[in-house]
Design a protein. Sequence first.
Length: 64
Amino acid sequence: MNKIIYYYQTFIGLENILNQKQKIVTDIIISSIHFGLDMNNNPYIHLNDFTPDDKQFDEMWSEI
């Protein structure tokens, strides 16, 4: 089986990718994910500079 994998970084919506009639998307990789420790040594996960549950990502998560 062939796969079409998109490396998605810009967070501008997936509608154009998902609505392509000639290609079926099999995998979407969300990039710009950062893991680390804050100043108090607490672990964090960020998408760009925001937490994954930030409202600006609501549309992206629903499309995924």
